[in-house]
Design a protein around this ligand. Structure first.
Ligand code: ASP
Length: 438
């Protein structure tokens, strides 16, 4: 018998219908010992997540506005779930207590955390599992710093004699017992922490998609699902804008070498995506694992015909950017040129000053600014083993009429990043997908 931790995200626990699905999933697998839940998410696209409603209550209180109507919407959701699931967790009293605490001006973290707390109470009763409050196990210092080792020990101590439990995600408590939440989407982190402490064989992350896709389905029609990907490759894709999992959730699973399996609550028959430390065995002619990208970068290229002999050139460029509080995404360079790629949002309002400073301190022959650059990463450990991968990529872009403004290949040969004009972004992704996946 193994141990699995199953975390169910907001849309998987949005109402009684969804919660019934998770019962089938959990009861079909005796290895699922610990169930971590989010607050109820959206039931349909115009719906509002309970966590957002709770934050909204708090904003109203801050501005001394009446929040009762919003709180009532939350109460109605939980009371209707309690009755549809046919359980009695004393929801009315729980809600009255929370209202009392809100009136006594509880912290924003306390208010936001109640979505997960109430949902875990309900789901524990419905599954017949024990409810274990994360506030007992997930620990933060009094200054709010997450205490990794202490949390690991507390989880182990509390859960070691518990057969099957439901645990609320997203929050824990400071040493002084006050509630502290992770950043938004943080239930993923709670699940990974439980998996790590309990030495789970698998961390199942149940959501509303059947895992990751090789490319964004809004750009490529019916992209192929990724059945297996390594943490490293995923990190590259996440950095370039692909998102499903909270970034910080990967770390605890990775250090404990626990595979993460992304699954779909609405299609439990789908195997989803498996994320492991080891890269997957390549299937057939598969070379790449995924394509991801983001728009809106600026490239600043400094040209100087004697650059190669100059000391400290890049250090000075980096220093100027640091003085302006600008982080660098990439530094592609040629014999007489060095470019820096920065995010438009970060450089907004500072560009002219930075270019002036480059001209003053570096005395270059020219400085070229290309705004509106999109970056696209083609990722896959399989690329390192194959010759001709970059040729294939560049040919595909040339044939699609896409001009490449920048190329950056990581030394691990696990990814090739190209910079193209924003307007060519979608076209370029489709061309790369066609060339490698077809
Ligand atoms: N309910 C929280 C949020 O909406 C945390 C989570 O669902 O992971 O951000």
């Amino acid at each position: 018998m193994g141990i699995k931790v199953a975390k169910f995200g907001g849309s998987s626990v949005a109402d009684a219908i969804q919660i019934k699905k998770i019962k089938d999933i959990v009861f079909a697998d005796d290895d699922i010992k610990y169930v971590v839940v989010s607050a109820p998410g959206k039931r349909f696209s115009e719906d509002t997540k309970v966590t957002d409603l709770l934050y909204l209550c708090r904003t109203h209180i801050e501005h001394k506005l009446a929040y009762e109507q919003i709180f009532q919407v939350i109460c109605d959701r939980y009371l209707s779930m309690e009755s549809s699931l046919g359980v009695d967790v004393g929801m009315k009293e729980e809600l009255a207590k929370i209202r009392e605490n809100i009136n006594a001006e509880s912290s924003v973290d306390y208010i936001a955390s109640r979505g997960e707390y109430l949902n875990a109470k309900l789901i524990a009763a419905y599954l017949g599992f024990e409810f274990i409050d994360s506030a007992r196990m997930v620990k933060f210092s009094d200054k709010g710093r997450f205490m990794e080792d202490r949390t690991n020990e507390e989880i182990e101590a509390v859960l070691k004699d518990v057969d099957r439990a439901v645990i609320p995600g997203f929050y824990g408590s400071r040493i002084d017992s006050s509630i502290k939440t992770f950043s938004r989407g943080g239930s993923d982190i709670t699940g990974a922490l439980i998996a790590r402490a309990m030495k789970a064989d698998v961390y199942e992350n149940w959501t509303d998609v059947s895992g990751f896709l090789v490319a964004d389905p809004r750009i490529v029609k019916d992209p192929r699902p990724i059945s297996h990907i390594s943490y490293k490759e995923l990190r590259e894709l996440a950095y370039m804008g692909a998102s499903v999992l909270h970034e910080e959730a990967i770390y605890p699973a990775k250090v404990a070498n626990i595979p993460i399996n992304i699954r779909n609550t609405n299609r439990p028959q789908d195997p989803g995506t498996m994320i492991t430390s080891e890269p997957a065995e390549l299937e057939g002619d598969q070379i790449i694992s995924g394509i991801a990208g983001s728009k809106d970068f600026t490239s600043i290229t400094v040209y100087n015909s004697h650059m190669i002999g100059q000391k400290g050139f890049i250090r000075k460029m980096a220093g100027i950017l640091e003085d302006h509080d600008v982080t660098i995404e990439h530094i592609p360079s040629g014999i007489d040129t060095v470019s820096v790629i920065v995010n438009n949002k970060i450089i907004d309002g500072k560009l002219d000053e930075i270019v002036e400073e480059f001209e003053r301190q570096l005395k270059p022959e020219s400085v070229d600014v290309a705004p509106d650059v999109a970056l696209i990463a083609t990722v896959g450990v399989g690329m390192a083993a194959r010759t001709g991968t970059s040729a294939k990529l560049f040919t595909a872009l040339a044939e699609a009429g896409v001009n490449i403004r920048m190329i950056d290949q990581g030394s691990s040969e696990m990814n090739i990043i190209v910079g193209v004009a924003n307007k060519d972004f979608e076209k370029a992704i489709r061309a790369i997908y066609e060339a490698f996946v077809g």
